[in-house]
Design a protein around this ligand. Structure first.
Ligand SMILES: *Cc1c(COP(=O)(O)O)cnc(C)c1O
Length: 360
């Protein structure tokens, strides 16, 4: 059977190596998974409780999601018609492509960056236009210069996955002022809750009033709900309405909804996780620096290290039971991305790294 030619060259998404597979392969008790930027801690306690409470009702389809939309909107001081939920932020990215991209359209993005921007555009027959990063962060001047009459979406990932750098509030405002209103600017803030650098702005508070700005958030990272799949976009009401047309029915599960809502009330837990991550990331940065490893500036829960041959180092670490992400699929074959784990996980990574760096 002939599928659409647009997808002929695509490969199924390659997730980071699963810990269970490596545990079996190596016969090791303990695998340290620092490959997929998940938070190292599980769901918030209130979310675990809400999940248990909701389980017996799962014979029913999810409710309409009104509470979720109200709570998310309230969090940002907006009305519920400004919130587009998704099966992960990735689901929102897919819906944006479905709603806005046609063959011949261009989707602008920094590169290396989150591969979904590229894949979702290709699937629609649109053309991804990659703009090289500057020292690990989006180069918004170069991005503005790359806008053409065909540009429909421009992605800004800050902090950028996989390099970790942010764009400053000033640079972002300048970019938004420079880009024509017919271009939908999608600001991906998947790591927003981790960032402590004062140069970073809350893009929702600063820019959600603009008619062409969508800001993405997720529960997959600091909230520890990656396995459940829930994220959302904050957008102008007409954009939310368009996304509603292409979203699948019930694509945010009941469990995802109740867990997300329950997570929103625990600010102290959020703050604990943020500060724990910050301390551990700084420690990793200094330990890696002391070993002469070149790092990109990092603002979230991961670091990007230039190591010569990323795939080779990742393979050596894997044999030590530590999973990191080689970045060839992101367009950075010299690099690995290492998620900040708990203290003892980061220790295990450093020990494995020292063994891996020793000449054989
Ligand atoms: C993890 C991540 C997401 C969110 O993914 P989910 O689909 O919500 O799990 C979005 N953008 C970037 C840049 C990410 O790293």
């Amino acid at each position: 059977m002939q599928a659409r030619p647009e997808i002929a060259d695509l490969r199924p998404y390659q997730p980071g190596k699963p810990a269970s597979a490596l545990r079996r392969e190596l016969g090791l008790e303990r695998i340290v998974k620092l490959g997929s930027n998940e938070g190292p801690r599980g769901p918030f306690p209130a979310a675990v409780e809400a999940l248990a409470d909701a389980a017996p009702g799962l014979n029913r389809y999810p409710e309409g999601g009104a509470e979720l939309l109200e709570r998310l909107a309230g969090r940002h001081g907006l009305t519920p018609d400004r919130v587009a939920p998704g099966n992960g932020a990735d689901g929102v990215i897919a819906n944006l492509a479905l709603a806005y991209l046609r063959p011949g359209d261009e989707a602008l993005m920094g590169w290396p960056s989150f591969v979904s921007y590229r894949l979702s555009a290709v699937k629609m027959g649109a053309t991804p236009v990659p703009v090289p990063l500057r020292d690990g962060s989006y180069d918004l001047e170069a991005m503005a210069a790359a806008v053409t009459a065909a540009t429909r979406i421009a992605y800004v990932c800050s902090p950028n996955n996989p390099t970790g750098g942010i764009v400053s509030g000033d640079a972002l405002a300048g970019f938004l002022d420079a880009v024509p209103e017919r271009v939908l600017v999608v600001i991906d803030s998947a790591y927003h809750e981790y960032v402590t650098d004062p140069a970073h702005v809350d893009a929702i508070a600063a820019h959600a009033g603009r008619p062409n700005v969508v800001v993405l958030r997720t529960f997959s990272k600091i909230y520890g709900l990656a396995g459940l799949r829930i994220g959302y976009g904050v957008a102008p009401a007409p954009v939310v309405a368009e996304l509603g047309k292409v979203r699948g029915p019930f694509d945010v599960s009941e469990l995802a909804q109740v867990a997300a809502v329950a997570s929103l009330d625990d600010e102290p837990e959020l703050e604990r996780r943020r500060s724990e991550n910050e301390g551990e990331r700084r420690r990793l940065e200094s330990e890696l620096g002391a070993r002469g490893v070149k790092l990109y500036p990092a603002a979230a829960n991961f670091v990007c290290a230039e190591v010569g041959d990323g795939a080779a180092l990742a393979a050596r670490l894997e044999r030590e039971g530590v999973i990191v992400r080689p970045l060839a699929p992101f367009g950075a074959p010299a690099c690995v991305r290492v998620t900040v784990g708990l203290g003892d996980e980061n220790d295990a990574f450093l020990t494995a790294l020292d063994r891996s760096l020793q000449p054989a």
